[in-house]
Design a protein around this ligand. Structure first.
Ligand SMILES: [Zn+2]
Ligand SMILES: [Zn+2]
Length: 594
C-alpha cells in the first residue's frame, strides 16, 4: 500500500497494459455441457476449474493490452501491445484458427489448451501485411467463430461460417484466419476499427462510424428490417444468412462509436452518447420497454435526454441483457440477468435500471458473461495505492465453474453484486467475461499482484542453475554466503545472480523473467519497446508503495521494465505458485529455490 499522503498518479501516467488473469473453467471441450446420461464427467487434472484469479503463466511476460471473449464463447483472444494476437479455448469448428483434425506433428484439435501466438506469417490467408499494417488491434468471438481486425482496417475470420458470420461465401467451417474480401467498406476505403460477435452473427464498425452486419438474421439482429423466419425449411440457410457485410441503413446518418452483440440482439452508441438497440426483444433486453423483436435500430429513450451526463459513455451486451455506463459513471442494466426474482425471465428489466447495490460506485468497466456480471469501479482513495487499484465486483446466479473468482472457500454463485476480494489491491484495466471463464488485464504492479498464483501452478523446471549447472555457488556480494538462486516466474528455471549477464547484485523487486523467456517474448516486439518503455518505467517506479514515488531512475532492461533497485525488494515477495521463503528485509531469498 502507498504511504499515507502519497498522491495517486493520474491513471493516464501509469502503463496502459498488464498481464492476463484467468478464473473459472479451463476444460474447454466440456464447458457448459452435461455428461451423457448415466455417465460421470471425468475431472481433467490439467484443466481444472479455477476458483479465483490466476496469472496465465504462458503469457505472464507478455505486455497485454486487451482480453476478448463473449457470453457465448469457450475461447478467447488476447491482444498484445506489439500487435500480436494469442488465442486459447475450444476449436471444434476452427474458431481458434487451427485445424480441427491436425496432421501428425501439426498443432490443432478440438481445443487449444495453452494460449498460442497466431503466427503473422503462417496463420493468415492471405499473409498479413508486413509491419504496422499487419498488427492485430481488435477482435471479437462468437459461439464458434472469431474475427480479428488489423491495423489497416481489414478483417480476418475463422471458425463456423454456417450462417455467413465469418463473411465468406462458402458456408462451412474455416480453420485458418481468412480475410473478408467482399464488402462495401473495402470498396469505400473505410477501414474497420471494431467488431463484435453474437451467437451466429457479427457486427462491424468502420472509421467513418458506419455499422455493417453479417450472419444469421433470425431475430432481426442484423438491423436490415428482415428476418429469415418466413422462409421455408429445406433451403433455410440460403435465405436467412448474409455472408457479405451489409450496411445498417438505419444508422447510416449517425456516427457510431461503439457496438456490442448479445446472443441475438445488438446495441450501438453514437458520438453523442445516444443508444440504439435491435434484434431479439425477449425479457426486455433491448431496454426500450417492449419485448418485441426490433428489425431496425430503435433509439433507447432513456439515454436520449438533453443532459449529456445522462447519456451513455460505454455499452455492453450480455446473452439476454444489455448494460450502459452513463456520463456519471453509473451502471444501468436491461433484460434478464438472473434466474429468480426481479431481473429473471418472468420479471426482466424492460427498461434500463440501476442496481441499488452499486449506487455510489463510479463504474469504469463492465463484463457480461454467460451467467455472470462484472464491474470495475474507482477504488476508495485510501486503498487505491500508487498503481490505481480498482474495486472489483462480480455476481451471477448459477455460475458453476469459478468464473466469478470469489475464491476457493467462497460460493461460486451470487445473486447480488459481491466485492471480489481476491482482486483487492489489483489494478484491473480490462474484463472479458466468457461463457464459463473470466479474463482480466491486470497491471503487474503492487503487492497484491505479486501474491497471485499462476496457472498452471506447476511446471517442470531445473533444480540447478541453468548457467553453471550447480545448485550452490559462493556469493560475490556477501562473502561467506551462498549466491541466491533467482527463479524465473514463467519457466521457474533458476539462475544464480552472478551467473546472469550482466550479473545482479541483489534479488530484483517485482517480476523477474529469465533471459530465455525475455527473448521469446521480445520476438517481433522491437518497435513497441521504444514507445512503451517510458510508460512502464514510470509505472514501475510507483509500484508496491516503496515510498519512492520519484527518485533516481532505474535502468530499463530489455524486457521494457525498470531494472532492480537494491534497497527496495522487501515488499513484493511471498508465494509464487509454490512455497517459498517469505521475503526478508534484505530481499536476498525472495525467490530462492527450496
Ligand atoms: Zn549459476
Ligand atoms: Zn524463464
Amino acid at each position: 500500500m502507498a504511504a499515507a499522503g502519497t498522491p495517486t498518479p493520474a491513471s493516464d501516467d501509469l502503463p496502459q497494459w498488464g498481464r492476463v488473469l484467468i478464473t473459472g473453467g479451463t476444460d474447454w471441450p466440456i464447458l457448459g455441457r452435461k455428461p451423457a446420461k448415466g455417465q460421470v464427467q471425468a475431472v481433467n487434472e490439467k484443466a481444472p476449474d479455477l476458483p479465483g484469479p490466476h496469472i496465465l503463466r504462458a503469457l505472464c511476460n507478455v505486455k497485454m493490452r486487451r482480453v476478448i471473449t463473449s457470453h457465448s464463447s469457450c475461447h478467447a483472444v488476447f491482444l498484445a501491445v506489439n500487435g500480436d494476437a494469442y488465442i486459447v479455448g475450444r476449436n471444434e469448428q476452427g474458431q481458434c484458427g487451427f485445424p480441427v483434425k491436425p496432421a501428425p506433428g501439426q498443432i490443432g484439435g478440438l481445443a487449444i489448451y495453452e494460449p498460442l501466438k497466431l503466427d503473422r506469417k503462417t496463420m493468415f490467408s492471405p499473409t498479413l501485411p508486413q509491419g504496422d499494417n499487419g498488427k492485430i488491434v481488435a477482435a471479437a468471438t462468437g459461439r464458434s467463430h472469431t474475427l480479428l481486425v488489423t491495423k489497416n482496417g481489414q478483417i480476418y475470420s475463422s471458425g463456423s461460417n454456417a450462417f455467413g458470420q465469418c463473411g465468406h461465401e462458402r458456408l462451412g467451417n474455416f480453420e485458418m484466419f481468412t480475410k473478408i474480401e467482399t464488402a462495401a467498406y473495402i470498396k469505400e476505403k473505410d477501414p474497420v476499427i471494431a467488431v463484435s460477435c453474437g451467437l451466429t452473427f457479427s457486427l462491424i464498425l468502420t472509421t467513418s462510424g458506419k455499422v455493417y452486419a453479417l450472419g444469421s438474421s433470425e431475430k432481426g439482429q442484423l438491423g436490415n428490417g428482415r428476418t429469415g423466419e418466413h422462409f421455408i425449411s429445406g433451403n433455410k440457410l440460403a435465405f436467412n444468412t448474409f455472408t457479405e457485410p451489409l450496411l445498417i441503413k438505419g444508422l447510416a446518418d449517425k456516427k457510431i462509436t461503439q457496438i456490442a452483440c448479445g446472443q441475438q440482439h445488438s446495441i450501438a452508441m453514437d458520438e453523442d452518447g445516444l443508444v440504439y438497440a435491435w434484434g431479439f426483444g425477449g425479457y426486455g433486453r433491448l431496454g426500450i420497454g417492449s419485448q418485441q423483436d426490433q428489425l431496425l435500430p430503435a433509439l433507447v429513450p432513456q439515454f436520449a435526454k438533453e443532459n449529456t451526463l445522462t447519456r451513455a459513455r460505454k455499452i455492453f451486451a450480455g446473452p439476454t441483457n444489455s448494460a450502459v455506463i452513463d456520463g456519471q459513471k453509473m451502471f444501468w442494466l436491461a433484460g434478464k440477468w438472473k434466474n429468480s426474482g426481479e431481473g429473471s425471465a418472468g420479471q426482466g428489466y424492460m427498461t434500463f435500471k440501476y442496481l441499488p447495490d452499486l449506487m455510489g460506485c463510479r463504474i469504469r468497466n463492465v463484463g457480461l458473461g454467460g451467467v455472470t456480471l462484472f464491474c470495475t469501479a474507482e477504488e476508495d482513495p485510501s486503498l487505491r495505492g500508487s498503481h490505481d487499484a480498482t474495486m472489483n465486483v462480480a455476481w451471477g446466479q448459477n455460475a458453476q465453474n469459478g468464473e466469478l473468482g470469489l475464491g476457493p472457500d467462497k460460493p461460486k454463485s451470487a445473486t447480488k453484486p459481491q466485492r471480489c476480494e481476491t482482486l483487492d489491491g489489483i489494478s484491473i484495466l480490462e474484463i472479458a467475461a466468457g461463457q464459463n471463464t473470466t479474463y482480466y488485464v491486470a497491471r503487474n504492479l503492487g503487492e497484491a499482484y505479486s501474491e497471485l498464483n499462476r496457472f498452471p501452478e506447476h511446471v517442470d523446471s531445473s533444480e540447478m542453475c541453468v548457467v553453471c549447472q550447480a545448485e550452490t555457488k559462493p556469493s560475490r556480494a556477501n562473502p561467506g554466503e551462498e549466491d541466491a538462486l533467482l527463479e524465473c516466474e514463467k519457466c521457474e528455471n533458476p539462475y544464480h545472480l552472478s551467473c546472469l549477464t550482466p550479473p545482479l547484485e541483489a534479488v530484483p523487486d517485482g517480476e523477474w523473467h529469465c533471459p530465455q523467456c525475455v527473448a521469446e517474448a521480445a520476438d517481433g516486439e522491437e518497435e513497441e519497446e521504444q514507445s512503451t518503455n517510458a510508460k512502464s518505467g514510470s509505472g514501475k517506479k510507483a509500484a508496491g508503495g516503496r515510498g519512492k514515488a520519484s527518485g533516481a531512475d532505474g535502468d530499463i532492461n530489455e524486457n521494457g521494465e525498470e531494472a532492480d533497485e537494491e534497497e527496495s525488494s522487501a515488499t513484493n515477495g511471498g508465494k509464487r505458485g509454490r512455497a517459498k521463503p517469505k521475503a526478508n528485509s534484505a530481499g536476498a531469498s525472495k525467490r530462492r529455490k527450496t
